[in-house]
Design a protein around this ligand. Structure first.
Ligand code: GAL
Length: 873
């Protein structure tokens, strides 16, 4: 008999069977998806409003985090039940007329957009109270087992009841947490989970989403078992011949008597997420004796011969399978995925992975997935990372909160390093109801929980304790920073602790000494001075650029003044424009090239996100970015002026890639720098300017070459060479005439790459392309279909905004439409959409268990329509 782990993503069920030697077939641990078939309703039942407000229930909920605090901070849960008087929490409540849905779910993304809602959080209704209920049967065969509910993330202030009894809760909406259901389960009967979320308004600087927006799991174990996040792998010695692997495992004993158990671990190679072959390393067995109700830990050691190293090019992974035995019977097993690699931040040279210098070519991203909102979807995230990798991204910063666990799994598999961030605020808030209200009670629990959850991921190279924290400037902040750093160090000493500092003084006032590696936000001219003052602190650019642009928009005359380039609530795409604290990409590149000890940068942002539509809003950030009172006052005035206008913007302009996932021009200035070995050239703007005949229409070129020659209708407009600290080639005096622009790029004197931009004919047809022609019929998998407004030759027609209608037949559904226009209030769930500058995106999901052909048709008045077939298997 073979040991097997059934593993499929998202809707997954994980069953671990005992290994062969133990002649036993029963699953020893189950992890079952609890995403299907929930009932949902907004608001509290009439008459119960406020009864369950956090202030009233806090003492019950805070005790949930006891596992993550020292004994002094543990809370005793008050006696009695809570919520008995609230009907929705009760076991017998009849929820049959509630809306039925599957998780992950984000109630905010369903809209509608409203002008009066804050643009800073996307003009969508994500706040308020929501209830989820789910019925499930616990088999009487499972009597004696432990039952846990694992919630990867619920926005926010979750409180959970089982069969009318309060189980516990967790307020931070970005945290993952586990609740022990065992005391409340009824075996052989219908069990009812009720979850109340209470998402405070005015609690975020971006769109947070609302609802149980990540995956939920039911975990069943025997009473003696590996604890929650109970394995921790480190690789203290890595050589070509062998790597030492330490696995610390903690066992919980939930039985009524003391117990002894033997733990051991075997290591397998992983290929595409599956274990392959026989185990390649073994630990010795170790016996642990655990008192009733207690936990004990031990460290198992192993050696992996000729280790396959985890790197960006070859992200090799291993799985450690830890088993727990009693009387030669396996009673629990846990699989831990890990990688073998070394990291180092060097004072003079920056970041090293496996002894090789790797520049952090990073982006910051928020968690929303555009039209899909905050609801996590494996494929949507994977697609984002594919697009980022095409640009040359080597690093992602999870701004400004712990990410979905799937993001880390994907980065492990796809070869991306990660800066895993905890908080956007400590004791000083940025918004009336943000994390500062939770900080004192929860920061230790949230931070320990995050590190314990994430510390086995080889992708993680930095723990960030905060972004642009209000306390950077004072002694209180330095004390807090040191406390947070020490918490992280207690949980993991294998990666440095950092923070993103926007306050220039934080590099000199002592804050810089509280972290292991210092991160500056938006300070490309300051790296040299920082190094002089701090010769022993490694440095990187934790947040850079914040350039703004709208895909396919260009305004004239082109100005190099970064505050210009705005019209119609859009921003010109010449990539010269940025808010006052921010910079065009070129300025940041120069800073990094002048001071190459800086380990690299994290650009704000990879993808556009919902909310924070700076320069047309995003108010709290705008003010926060100024420490100088005069500048703050000036900005406050600008914000006031803006408030008088009905700004329609609901999503950001910062993205290198727009909200629908379409590349802006900026994509290519980063690709040119980050993938110097890739022959490429990119011309901007488009060449459809009938109203500009004879007028100056500058042409800029991004190329990985070092020289280029531009031709207009076959005439050379000159060959230009990049000077030191030049990252684009500019022909600023080109007079427009229709026809063809062609650029020929050179590298080291040799022809290297070409790009062509042609004036197009009028729109005549639609074309469609799916990012994947076949998807899995699992109710989760997606295909992203790009619809283009094309002329008769198939060229994208710039500035076209035609309305497109969609029809779908077969076993799929349209789950989102978007066009990347930051000012669009059209519903993401619609079956029609205006194109924005020639493009529109349709997201199609396969129905679970229904294979077949999904036919998608697109039509637009006056244009030839298009149709494609997507396979679902
Ligand atoms: C930064 C902040 C980010 C975002 C950005 C916009 O200061 O850390 O969250 O607001 O500004 O430029």
């Amino acid at each position: 008999m073979k040991k097997r782990i059934f593993h499929c993503l998202l809707t997954a069920t994980f069953l671990i069977l005992a290994p062969a030697a133990f002649a036993q077939r029963a699953p020893v641990r189950e992890r079952l998806s609890m995403n299907a078939d929930w009932r949902f309703k907004r608001d509290d039942p009439p008459g119960s409003e406020g009864v369950l407000s956090y202030e009233r229930i806090k003492d019950w909920v805070t005790a949930t985090g006891n596992e993550f605090t020292g004994s002094k901070s543990k809370r005793v849960r008050p006696a009695g039940n809570l919520g008995e008087q609230v009907s929705y929490a009760q076991r017998t409540f009849d929820d049959r007329d509630w809306r039925q849905l599957n998780l992950p779910h984000d109630w905010g993304i369903e809209g509608p957009f409203k002008q009066e809602y804050p643009g800073e959080t996307g003009k969508l209704p994500w706040w308020g109270v929501g209830w989820y209920r789910k019925h499930f049967t616990a088999s009487s065969k499972d009597k004696g087992k432990q039952f846990y509910l694992d919630i990867d993330g619920a926005m926010a202030y979750a409180t959970v009841w089982l069969n009318g009894k309060l189980v516990g809760g967790w307020p931070y909406g970005y945290a993952s947490f586990e609740l022990d259901l065992t005391p409340y389960i009824d075996f052989g009967a219908d069990n009812v989970l009720a979850i109340r979320l209470d998402n405070p308004p005015d609690s975020s600087r971006w769109y947070p989403g609302g609802g149980i927006y990540r995956n939920v799991w039911l975990v069943k174990t025997s009473p003696v078992h590996v604890g929650h996040w109970g394995t921790y792998v480190t690789t203290p010695e890595v050589g070509q011949a062998a790597a030492k692997v330490n696995l610390k495992v903690s066992l919980d004993n939930n039985s009524a008597t003391s117990a002894s158990a033997v733990v051991r671990t075997q290591v397998y190679e992983l290929l595409n997420g599956q274990k392959t072959g026989k185990p390649i390393a073994f630990s010795d067995p170790t016996t642990l004796t655990i008192a009733a109700g207690a936990s004990e830990a031990t460290t198992l050691t192993m050696s992996v011969n000729k280790p396959k190293i985890w790197s960006l090019q070859k992200p090799n992974l291993y799985a450690a399978v830890t088993t727990v035995e009693q009387n030669r019977r396996i009673i629990d097993a846990q699989e831990t995925v890990f990688g073998i690699r070394t990291i180092k931040f060097d004072i003079d040279k920056g970041f090293f992975l496996n002894g090789e210098h790797v520049r952090l070519n990073g982006v910051c991203d928020h968690h929303d997935l555009g039209a899909l909102g905050a609801a996590i979807n494996w494929r949507a995230l994977e697609r984002q990372i594919e697009i980022l990798k095409e640009m040359g991204v080597s690093a992602i910063r999870t701004s400004h909160n712990p990410p979905a666990p799937e993001l880390l799994d994907l980065c492990d598999r796809m070869g991306i390093v990660v800066m895993d961030e905890a908080f956007d605020a400590w004791r000083r808030g940025k918004k009336k109801n943000d994390y500062h209200l939770l900080f004192d009670d929860w920061h230790e629990k949230d931070l320990r929980a995050q590190v314990r959850r994430d510390r086995n991921h080889p992708s993680i190279i930095l723990w960030s304790i905060g972004n642009e924290i209000g306390e950077q400037g004072n002694a209180e902040g330095h004390k807090l920073a040191a406390e947070l750093r020490d918490i992280v160090h207690e949980e993991d000493l294998t990666r440095p602790v950092t923070a993103g500092a926007n306050n220039l003084n934080a590099g000199y006032n002592g804050f810089q000494k509280t972290v292991d590696v210092f991160g500056y936000n938006y300070k490309p001219t300051e790296y040299g001075k920082f190094r002089q003052a701090n010769p022993t602190i490694p440095l990187f650019a934790s947040e850079t650029s914040s350039a703004v642009s709208s895909r396919g928009e260009y305004y004239f005359p082109v100005s190099d003044d970064k505050s210009q380039g705005r019209a119609d609530f859009q921003v010109s795409s010449y990539d010269l424009y940025a808010p006052r604290w921010a910079w065009p990409p070129d300025v940041e590149f120069k800073g990094l090239d002048e001071f190459p000890f800086t380990a690299g940068e994290f650009v704000w942002t990879g993808f556009d996100y919902l909310g924070e539509p700076t320069p047309y809003g995003g108010d709290s950030t705008t003010l926060l970015n100024f420490t100088n009172p005069a500048e703050q006052a000036r900005m406050a005035q600008e914000i006031k002026e803006l408030a008088k206008i009905r700004v329609p913007s609901r999503s950001s302009y910062f993205g290198i890639i727009d909200l629908a996932g379409f590349k802006k021009d900026r994509f290519y200035i980063y690709q040119a720098r980050w993938r110097p070995e890739l022959p490429m050239a990119h011309i901007l703007p488009h060449w459809n300017w009938p109203e500009r005949a004879g007028q100056v229409t500058p042409v800029h070129v991004y190329t990985s070459g070092d020289e280029a020659e531009l031709f207009l209708n076959g005439r050379s407009l000159g060959r230009k060479k990049k000077e030191q600290y030049q990252y684009r080639l500019r022909w600023d005096d080109v007079k427009y005439e229709p026809g063809e622009l062609r650029v020929v790029a050179y590298k080291n004197g040799k022809q290297w790459a070409e790009d062509v931009m042609k004036t197009t004919g009028p729109a005549s047809k639609l074309t469609m392309k799916a990012d994947r022609p076949t998807i899995r019929a699992d109710g989760q998998d997606l295909t992203f279909v790009t619809v283009t407004i094309a002329d008769k030759n198939g060229l994208l027609v710039p500035r076209s905004k035609n309305r497109i209608r969609f029809e779908l037949a077969g076993p799929g559904e349209i789950v989102g439409v978007d066009n990347g226009d930051a000012t669009s209030f059209e519903s993401f769930q619609s079956k029609a959409r205006n194109a924005y500058n020639g493009l529109c995106m349709v997201i199609v999901r396969a129905k679970a268990g229904q294979a077949g052909a999904i036919k998608l048709k697109a039509q637009s008045d006056g244009l030839a329509g298009a149709e494609i077939v997507i396979g679902s298997k």
